[in-house]
Design a protein around this ligand. Structure first.
Ligand code: B16
Ligand code: MG
Length: 215
């Protein structure tokens, strides 16, 4: 019986892809990198901030020191945080709030397992903090998905064995991370049919039988 559900943030509870894209695009423009595009941005989903920066810099002819890279990542994060100021409850993805309420009503614990160091800020802005028991995010871990660390930390914070946790994810790396951590998964989002999740749904509003998934 599943006792805890761990939700990825970006692409599952809220979509900030476009804001990440605009912030990286602004940085790329400042660096004279003209080729950074939406296809590159797709590869940035679910990966850490520094790994995302490396994707932007692939199209730069220049090499950067670690100090310079840290400054570039900080600069992008400032642009991104400014863009997050407009985020609100209306940006919660379909079915997300209702799902958290259903699970809470069944006595199932809820957590977020996200690569984003901005996860607490984003959850506060979209009003979902009261419906979550724990947050495990980029501030808690050193390894990125597909490493299971962020989900294992979430399970530990919930006080649960990974085998009784289910992960909800929209990225292949996240589904792989769930399996590596010994957890079942529910794949959602535009690629839901191709991610290899234990269960699949277009988005959380399409899940009609939670009893079946939790059993
Ligand atoms: P930050 P998730 C991920 O969120 C995003 O999908 C990814 O594009 C981003 O690089 C990463 O968070 C780190 O975000 O720069 O805010 O720390 O899908 O794991 O919730
Ligand atoms: Mg995601």
């Amino acid at each position: 019986m599943i006792q805890g559900v761990i939700f990825d943030l970006d692409g599952v509870l809220v979509s900030t892809d476009e804001l990440h894209y605009q912030a990286w695009k602004k940085l790329a423009g400042e660096l004279g990198i003209t080729g950074f595009n939406r296809e590159d941005n797709k590869r940035q989903r679910g990966v850490s901030r520094m790994a995302s920066l490396e994707i932007v810099l692939e199209k730069s002819g220049k090499t950067y020191t670690d100090e310079e890279k840290a400054e570039l990542a900080d600069r992008k994060n400032e642009y991104y945080k400014a863009m997050l100021s407009g985020l609100s409850e209306k940006d919660v993805l379909p079915g997300a709030k209702e799902t958290l309420e259903i699970l809470r009503g069944k006595g199932v614990l809820t957590a977020v397992g996200s690569a984003s160091k901005n996860a607490p800020l984003i959850l506060e802005k979209i009003g979902l903090l009261p419906l979550l028991d724990k947050i495990s995010c980029g501030l808690d871990v050193t390894k990125s998905k597909p490493d299971p660390e962020v989900f294992l930390v979430a399970a530990k914070k919930l006080g649960l064995n990974p085998s009784v946790c289910l992960v909800v994810e929209d990225a292949a790396a996240g589904i792989q991370a769930a399996a590596a951590g010994g957890m079942k998964s529910l794949a959602v989002g535009p690629l839901y049919e191709t991610l290899g999740g234990t269960y699949q749904a277009r988005d959380l509003s399409y899940v009609k039988d939670w009893e079946e998934i939790l059993k």
